[in-house]
Design a protein around this ligand. Structure first.
Ligand SMILES: NC(=O)c1ccc[n+]([C@@H]2O[C@H](COP(=O)([O-])OP(=O)(O)OC[C@H]3O[C@@H](n4cnc5c(N)ncnc54)[C@H](O)[C@@H]3O)[C@@H](O)[C@H]2O)c1
Ligand SMILES: [Zn+2]
Length: 370
């Protein structure tokens, strides 16, 4: 069991918190011991159907053993649950169970449950504690840390949201054993992202051990979670609210085009978040090379790695004017330009303003050449 600290040093009360990475059997009991003192006003337990089935019983049992009687709310799996409609359902269920302002909400699940739970906790009774218990690799390496919460609108992803830092992040790495290969790969995409923007060492570790990562080697996954959380915690501590100067924007590497691809895919053949990010990183590599600001060899190194990890690499097949038109509605848009993240060499990144039209021109030109 290892503990990392996210140090938030803004004015006001100290909101720093721990990330616990627990790879030993019986993690649910240690989680319950951490939850109990934080849930004086009752406990909500938010999860989705798959997680409820696979991991709900052992977690609930451990919570009961600590004298807690959680109000469980189970939402359907998938991105569709990140909606304002679901926010009302969850909040109403918590209200019916009489939770008060000293209550906590335990978000047990992937990034969908984490983003939804964080958002509900930030607005329910004007804000209650949220504890993140991520169960997907993606949520353990990325979504559960940093306090970004939100739900989607028909116009795009995460267009309604808040910053609401968790009181604790508890990552039970053993829970990843039940993850589907597709969801495991999706999480690995965000690990690649962390390596590409901030750690050549992490990127090279993935290059050396891609097959073991894809197969879900438990010790390797533990190391990837730890390294990723350390990177994300440091970036978030330096720039909690993504004001630009502190560098949090760099975590959006691959996400400008990635979000557009993800939203466009929802109607027909939904891409996993990490799959869309994998394609988005390839797009960003191409844009960086063309602008002369990014590492010119990045796409050639990124594509084989993503492929070995089980992620899509057929960028051109996914790009279309309709997809790229969505880039303009991304919420990070400012003054008609988007803040575009480039990797200048592996392990180092920068942000540059880019007009959506320029982005479209570069990416669709690449497509026509092929
Ligand atoms: N807040 C942030 O900073 C942040 C960062 C990255 C991504 N996100 C968001 O995270 C979401 C994606 O998260 P995700 O990939 O975890 O998706 P998800 O939450 O939909 O989980 C994927 C699938 O895995 C299942 N699952 C969860 N844990 C499991 C387990 N241990 N065993 C078996 N199955 C399990 C879920 O039921 C679901 O069907 C997106 O909405 C994205 O926008 C947020
Ligand atoms: Zn992401």
């Amino acid at each position: 069991v290892r503990r990392l600290e996210v140090r938030l040093s803004a004015v006001g009360p100290d909101r720093s918190y721990s990330i616990v990475i627990d790879a030993a059997p019986g993690a649910e009991e240690r989680l319950a011991a951490e939850v109990a003192p934080r849930a004086a006003g009752g406990l909500g337990l938010l999860t989705d159907e798959t997680v409820a089935r696979l991991h709900g019983p052992r977690v609930e049992q451990a919570l009961r053993a600590r004298g807690l009687d959680p109000a469980r709310v189970t939402v359907p799996d998938g991105e569709g649950s990140k909606s304002l409609r679901t926010v009302e359902t969850v909040a109403e269920a918590l209200a019916q169970r009489g939770l008060d302002r000293r209550a906590a909400l335990l978000a047990l699940g992937g990034g969908v449950v984490g983003d939804l739970g964080g958002f509900v906790a930030s607005v329910f009774l004007r804000g209650v504690t949220v504890i993140q218990a991520p169960t997907t690799l993606l949520a353990q390496v990325d979504a559960s840390v940093g306090g970004k919460t939100g739900v989607n609108l028909p116009s795009g992803k995460n267009l309604v949201g808040t910053f609401h830092q968790p009181a604790l992040v508890y990552a039970d790495v053993t829970a990843l054993a039940t993850l589907s290969p597709r969801d495991l790969a999706s999480g690995l995409a965000e690990v690649v992202k962390h390596g590409a923007i901030a750690s050549a060492e992490l990127f090279e570790l993935l290059e050396r051990r891609a097959e073991a990562a894809r197969a879900g080697d438990p010790e390797l996954l533990e190391e990837l979670v730890e390294r990723s959380c350390a990177i994300k915690a440091a970036v978030v501590a330096a720039d909690e609210r993504e004001t630009g100067a502190g560098g949090r924007e760099r975590l959006n590497f691959g996400h400008t085009v990635g979000h557009a691809l993800e939203t466009a895919s929802l109607a027909a053949a939904p891409l996993r978040h990490g799959e869309a990010v994998a394609l988005g990183m390839l797009a960003a590599a191409r844009v960086g090379a063309r602008l002369g600001l990014g590492d010119a060899t990045l796409e050639a190194r990124l594509a084989p790695l993503l492929g070995r990890l089980g992620l899509p690499v057929d960028l051109d097949a996914h790009l279309s004017p309709a997809v790229l038109a969505r880039v303009g509605v991304d919420k990070k848009r400012a003054g008609g330009r988007v803040s575009f993240v480039l990797v200048d060499r592996i392990g180092s990144s920068l942000v540059t303003p880019l007009a959506p039209a320029e982005l479209e021109q570069i990416l669709l030109a690449g497509k026509n050449r092929c």
